[in-house]
Design a protein around this ligand. Structure first.
Ligand SMILES: C[S@@+](CC[C@H](N)C(=O)[O-])C[C@H]1O[C@@H](n2cnc3c(N)ncnc32)[C@H](O)[C@@H]1O
Length: 474
């Protein structure tokens, strides 16, 4: 396929070619908060098979009509994730964005927690998260660092970079923060920028500029308001779209809202018109074959929210280079791709209960019979991570884990399966690292931690828990 960086011919026909799929690499991608699929489209065009989840019905429809299966669901309720090679996500940016109230992690729309949950469950080879640069500044910084630490503890090499879409063939200045994580020690490289900067003219030729039947004219009153607004805000160059520059950042607000900040075209006679859906899509580098579903407002929302597909393609290229490299050179840099040895093993893993295992139930019943009251499935939020012990005594700050011999590598009964040994080595090592990190985080937070082995006699385990409880009067 043509390298977009060596662009020949018109940009519009190039976009239609660069963002088409000509082969499948056999790697699966799960896109959390997938929206219309701007981020997915870049991965899809690089040969990944994509599936998405989003709570918006219109966005899920756009995604599934253009790219692949999309589930319409609220991710806050999601605990079951499909087994994939790569997790990608562009969670809502309102918690951090300048336009929002910047409530950060207290905002119910914050999605980093769901991403960590999915990574813990799936253990994909690579993770890519996109958000506004504000996440890496002031209020967001500490939270972002905790997010990166959580990925690190799970065995990933984590990198963070800010990319401007205009450096990757998109006719728009749009700075976004990317956090990438790949299993192993070597972080993902920042994608190479294009040498050529694309301007609005290449996406919206001057013939379109004058007359587009689908566009709405900006009323005289609104036009006068825009001019007053710009004067009052000391704006030197009018914020109309300029044909020989990259566009300002497209947002849902400036595409669909009738505000002083709206994106609009100033016609030669001085009147103004809004952008059409297709023009907005082009400024985001969506190919013309990509169709959006829903009302006009909903389409603008999906477009304004999206990662520009050409930018996503550049990031996807770094991921595919790494995955293909790992597959072909014997995993020199990164641990093996975690694929269970067979469909049966995969089904067994999925069926394997994370909670309410028999040893847990036996221990809980024994403690209950002795009059102890406790919490189950109770998240303990520490300074560095959220931990979910199997049994929690919140007032006494005692956390109990019942560790299965296989999954937690018990020194007596832990075994390494012979089939697909490199996969199991990685998987079990990651479990061990997570156990250590959980214990460490709880101890640092002033908790008493009891780790009970699955094979431990119940009375012995109860006695150990009671010793811990006795040291912590309520
Ligand atoms: C910034 S947009 C994602 C854009 C997408 N990455 C793209 O490139 O097109 C965030 C998306 O998150 C979705 N969303 C917000 N909260 C959600 C939740 N709790 N569960 C599922 N989707 C959610 C919104 O509907 C929106 O489509």
């Amino acid at each position: 396929m043509t390298d977009p960086k060596k662009q020949q011919g018109s940009w519009v026909s190039g976009v239609n070619r660069w963002l088409s799929k000509d082969r499948s690499l056999g790697f699966r991608v799960l896109d959390l908060f997938c929206g219309a699929g701007g981020l997915s489209l870049g991965f899809w065009a690089k040969g990944f098979d994509v599936l998405g989840v989003d709570k918006s019905l219109d966005a899920a429809r756009t995604y599934s009509q253009n790219l692949g299966p999309a589930k319409c669901d609220d991710l806050n309720n999601q605990t079951d994730f499909p087994f994939v090679d790569v997790v990608i996500a562009g969670p809502p940016c309102q918690p951090w964005s300048r336009a929002g109230k910047r409530l950060g992690e207290e905002d119910h729309r914050d999605g980093l927690d769901v991403i960590i949950r999915s990574v813990e469950t799936i253990r994909p080879t690579a993770v890519v998260v996109e958000n506004v640069p504000e996440l890496g500044r002031s209020t967001g910084r500490q939270y972002l660092d905790r997010f990166k630490d959580s990925l690190h503890v799970l065995g990933y090499a984590v990198a963070e970079f800010e990319l401007n879409a205009n450096d990757y063939g998109v006719p728009q200045n749009r700075k976004r923060l990317f956090v990438t994580a790949v299993l192993g020690n070597e972080p993902l490289n920042k994608p190479d920028p294009w040498t050529k900067k694309i301007k609005v003219r290449q996406a919206i030729p001057s013939t379109y500029w004058r007359n587009s039947k689908q566009a709405r004219m900006v009323s005289e009153g609104m036009s006068a308001y825009i001019e007053r607004y710009e004067q009052a805000s000391g704006c030197r160059t009018p914020r109309d779209l300029h044909i020989d520059r990259p566009s300002r950042t497209l947002t849902t607000r400036n595409l669909s809202g009738s505000t002083g900040d709206m994106l609009r075209i100033r016609l030669p006679d001085g009147t103004r018109r809004t952008l059409t859906v297709r023009e907005a899509a082009r400024l985001q580098s969506f190919p013309d074959w990509f169709r959006f579903y829903g009302s006009e407002r909903s389409k603008f929302e999906q477009i304004g929210n999206a990662v520009p597909p050409l930018l996503a393609r550049a990031v996807a290229e770094s991921v595919s280079d790494r995955l293909i490299g790992a597959r072909s050179d014997g995993e020199r840099n990164s641990p093996p791709r975690p694929i269970p040895s067979s469909a049966v093993a995969s089904a067994t893993m999925r069926a394997n209960r994370r909670r309410d295992t028999k040893p847990e139930i036996v221990l809980r019943s024994a403690l209950h019979r002795k009059g102890w009251r406790f919490r189950v499935d109770f998240p303990v939020v520490t300074a560095t991570r959220k931990v979910r012990p199997d049994v929690v005594f919140p007032r006494r700050k005692v956390a109990v884990f019942v560790d299965g011999c296989f999954w937690h590598s018990c020194p007596t009964h832990g075994q390494r399966p012979k089939a697909n040994a490199p996969y199991w080595d990685t998987k079990l090592k990651l479990n061990k690292n997570r156990d250590l990190a959980d214990t460490q985080a709880l101890l640092t937070g002033g908790w008493e931690v009891v780790r009970v082995w699955e094979h431990e006699p119940t009375d012995h385990a109860v006695a150990r828990v009671e010793i811990a409880l006795a040291s912590r009067p309520s």
